[in-house]
Design a protein around this ligand. Structure first.
Ligand code: PBG
Length: 331
């Protein structure tokens, strides 16, 4: 390096704002963002979520207003999660198949209001509907069964697609579910409904506030380690992604986000497919806590994290901070 000095001064291109702008390798725009939202029963209801300061559950009318806000901010997709009433939860999560459940009513209302201006992504997993908070069906020993669960997930996905969902996002980590859902969508006249698979989803301690938001946290006994991935594993994530692409996923997700940038990078390098990061609820909460504790500037920390996802190779990012980020970006 010293041999090339002063021919090479890397500070030269950093010396002014216009030059930093010109040489910037990556950008984040509102078009990169997917905004997750929580829907609840009632009318005119807003329920703040204690462990996610600044995020609320909204009744369907309020969710429609939020969806319109997403459109006006230039955010192309929202992700929907239901807080199912306790009396509609059961061992087998059958409410997931009800064509008039909270999710389906929200999907229809949003599609009516926003049409083609907004994509609606829906999570496929049974945890918002089960009385035990697991993502699938339990056998007598309490093990989450794979193949019986997949059959339930297929029906759940078809129910969401019939209501108007644009992207089906299986978050359950069962084996073979992407293929089963893709086949069912094809056979039921939904050839253009996409699948974004939660391909590399880890058994993470960062999901706590989400489980409060959908009301499954207090119900959950044990953990999800027999289906979600071990945070120690990277090669296995590539196998998960390879399978999901072969099974028909249009895009894949890595979850959580910041602690798994190496996985995002490796997936992008190995497969070149669209990769999305989910900056999950615990990551949101930690950022808000840092700001509240005077440990950092929330907005600056947020934008630095988002550009890190883009630099690692992400096509886009699911984040509860989507509206905050979009407002900062459009100024
Ligand atoms: C449901 C699901 C979870 C999240 C998204 N879909 C929770 C879990 O797997 O327990 C977590 C999202 C977040 O923490 O923001 N299977």
């Amino acid at each position: 390096m010293t041999a090339s000095y002063p021919n090479t001064r890397l500070r030269r291109t950093r010396a002014s704002n216009w030059s930093r702008t010109l040489h910037r390798e990556n950008v984040v725009s509102p078009a990169d963002l997917i905004w997750p939202m929580f829907v609840t029963e009632g009318k005119g209801v807003e329920e703040p979520i204690g462990s996610l300061p600044g995020v609320s559950r909204w009744s369907v009318d309020g969710i429609v207003a939020q969806a319109k806000e997403a459109v006006s901010l230039g955010i192309p997709v929202i992700a929907l999660f239901p807080n199912t009433q306790p009396d509609r939860r059961s061992d087998d999560g059958a409410e997931a198949h009800n064509p008039d459940n909270l999710m389906c009513r929200a999907i229809r209302a949003i599609k009516d209001a926003c049409g083609e201006d907004l994509g609606v992504l829906t999570d496929v997993a049974l945890d918002p509907y089960t009385s035990h908070g697991q993502d699938g069906l339990l056998d007598e020993a309490g093990y989450v069964t794979n193949d019986d669960t997949v059959a339930m997930l297929v029906d759940q996905a078809l129910n969401q697609a019939a209501a108007g969902a644009d992207i089906i996002a299986p978050s359950d980590m069962m084996d073979g579910r992407v293929h089963a859902i893709r086949m069912a969508l094809e056979m039921n006249s939904h050839p253009n409904v996409q699948i974004m698979s939660y391909a590399a989803k880890y058994a993470s301690a960062f999901y706590g506030p989400f489980r409060d938001a959908v009301g499954s946290g207090g119900l959950l006994k044990g953990d999800k380690k027999t289906y979600q991935m071990d945070p120690a594993n990277g090669d296995e994530a590539l196998r998960e992604v390879e399978l999901d692409i072969a099974e028909g996923a249009d895009s894949v997700m890595v979850k959580p986000g910041l602690a798994y940038l190496d996985i995002i990078y490796r997936v992008r390098e190995a497969f070149g497919v669209p990769v999305f990061a989910y900056q999950v609820s615990g990551e949101y909460a930690m950022l808000e806590a840092a700001q509240a504790a005077g440990a950092g500037d929330r907005d600056a920390l947020l934008m630095e994290k988002l550009i890190a996802f883009k630099r690692a190779g992400c096509t886009g990012i699911l984040t509860y901070h989507a509206p905050v980020a979009a407002r900062l970006l459009i100024g």
